[in-house]
Every structure is written in structure tokens, then in C-alpha cells.
Design a protein around this ligand. Structure first.
Ligand code: P6P
Length: 280
């Protein structure tokens, strides 16, 4: 596992350097989700593939930017799913973006997740790694990731990050979000999953939601690359992650690019979601 974390750290430094290079435009390609790929998306994907290929224990990688999983080492046992540069279109407006990694032992399924990690490229480059019951924060300083602290969520927070197309929300979902704001929660939503969730984790809690809605009944965020890694981090930090009715880490993934509605947050906020969704 240490070699995997080191490979992620090396990838992050190389991706940060790529982000700092000018003249990054759109390629003519589309990814499996039909999103036009930024040259930066493709470059970030190749960087991570290259770094993980050096590790004998990595059997297979699955990338949001690739149609199918890729076998790296027949004798390996870790299966790593990653989103190389989530929210990459935000680079154009100089907002924070991130890389997300789910590390599975034996197969790409929620119940086999053993660790997860994300990197946030913002005013600083920070890395969060969840493994063996701890969520640890690291800061990139002078070319090295230095350990900062452990992350723990409060029982109740103050931040609300409501994703999705509001006019497509179910009426009970809209009423629930409105009630949180009437209760004094602060709106914090950039459109970048990584910085939006990082803020909730570092500011003690709240709720990030990307629900199923009439335009996207199964939500937008991908199970293996985005939803499961953050679910693992939030649960390890003392919070919860559900799809409305159930814990997301109990879902069965049928296709590598499957999505899921998702709610990540402190215990209090997620229990409100479970109650509302359980009654509708
Ligand atoms: P919307 C970025 O494209 C992304 O995949 C996540 O990073 C983010 O949380 C979500 O989509 C934002 O989606 O529909 O609110 O623009």
C-alpha cells in the first residue's frame, strides 16, 4: 500500500506541473460518459497509468477516461479505479480540481475497497488518504507530501453543497434542501466534487448531495471512481454516505462506469436525508 501512495504522490506532482503549463485546450475525443476530454484529462490519465504500472501488486486499473479496465500485472491483487482530473473544465476559470482514487483488493466492487485517496489542486496541493481506520491529510511542500493531521467529522456541520439540476429535483428533495438553508446552513458549491467535499471534511461537516433526478435518475457521479472513494473517506472520518435509502458501499456495480445518487456528510445531516427519502 505504501508503494501505491508513493505512486499517487508522484502522479500528483506531475499533474500539478501539467496544470501549470499553458495552452491546454480541448481534444477532439470524448470519454465514456460522453464528456469532451481536455488534453489535460488525457495527460493526467497517462501519468497515473505510467506511475501505477511500476507497481507489481497492482493487477488492474480502471480510469474514468478509459472505456474498459486495463490489466497491468497478472500477479497483482490491487484493483485501482481513478478519476485522473475530476472537474477539469474548472481549470479554465482557475478553480480547484482534483484526482480521486479507489483502491480495491481482488476486484472492483464496493465491499472490496481497502483504501481511498484524493488530491486537491488549489492554492495549495493537498492529499487525503483513508486506510486502516484513519483519514490523514498531507500538504505538498518543497516537492514532498508532509503529514498534517487526522480528519474527523463533527456530528453536525454548517455547510450545504447541493448538486444537480435544481428544476429536475424531486419536490421532497427540494423541500429538504430548503429546510437546511432555513436552518442557517451556508451554501458552498463550486461544481468540483473534490474541493466541495474537501471543504466539508476540513470545516467539520455538513452535507454534499448529488441526487437522482428527472434528468439523471441514477445521478451523475461514477460509483467506482468518485462515489465509493469518498464514501470510504467520509465513513472512516466518522460520517455517512448513502444513496438516499441505503449505504452506497453496499451497492453492486454492474458496469465500470455506473453512477449512483450520493449524499456524503455528518451523521445528523445524512440521517435527515435517510428519513426524508425513507418516507418518499
Ligand atoms: P453539476 C464535475 O464535472 C463533476 O463530475 C463533479 O466534480 C461535480 O461534483 C459535478 O460534476 C458537478 O455537476 O451538474 O452540478 O455541474
Amino acid at each position: 500500500m505504501k508503494l501505491i501512495l508513493q505512486a499517487i504522490e508522484k502522479s500528483a506532482i506531475r499533474i500539478k506541473n501539467a496544470i501549470d503549463v499553458k495552452d491546454i485546450g480541448y481534444s477532439q475525443e470524448q470519454n465514456s460518459s460522453g464528456e469532451t476530454q481536455l488534453q489535460l484529462d488525457i495527460q493526467s490519465d497517462l501519468i497515473i497509468e505510467e506511475e501505477l504500472s511500476k507497481i507489481a501488486s497492482v493487477h488492474t486499473i480502471a480510469s474514468e477516461e478509459k472505456e474498459l479496465p486495463m490489466l497491468l500485472n497478472e500477479n497483482g491483487h490491487y484493483h485501482i479505479a481513478f478519476d485522473p482530473l475530476d472537474g477539469s473544465s474548472l481549470v479554465d476559470v482557475n478553480l480547484s480540481v482534483g484526482s480521486i482514487f479507489g483502491i480495491y483488493d481482488g476486484e472492483l466492487t464496493a465491499s472490496k475497497m481497502v483504501a481511498s485517496c484524493y488530491v486537491v489542486y488549489g492554492p495549495r496541493v493537498e492529499l487525503v488518504f483513508a486506510h486502516e481506520g484513519k483519514v490523514k491529510l498531507y500538504l505538498l511542500q518543497a516537492g514532498e507530501f508532509e503529514y498534517v493531521k487526522e480528519i474527523h467529522l463533527n456530528e453536525k456541520g454548517k455547510i450545504m453543497a447541493p448538486g444537480g439540476t435544481q428544476q429536475c429535483w424531486a419536490p421532497y428533495h427540494k423541500a429538504m434542501i430548503d429546510a437546511f438553508f432555513a436552518d442557517g446552513y451556508r451554501l458552498r458549491y463550486s461544481g468540483g466534487m473534490v474541493p466541495d467535499l474537501h471543504q466539508i471534511l476540513l470545516k467539520g461537516g455538513g452535507l454534499f448531495s448529488y441526487p437522482g433526478a428527472s434528468d439523471k435518475p441514477e445521478g451523475k457521479l461514477r460509483q467506482l471512481f468518485e462515489v465509493f472513494p469518498f464514501a470510504f473517506i467520509f465513513e472512516t472520518a466518522g460520517g455517512r454516505a448513502i444513496d438516499g435509502a441505503n449505504r452506497v458501499l453496499e451497492k453492486e456495480t454492474k458496469h465500470v462506469h455506473d453512477t449512483s445518487p450520493c449524499f456524503f456528510g455528518s451523521n445528523y445531516e445524512v440521517s435527515v436525508v435517510a428519513d426524508v427519502y425513507g418516507r418518499n
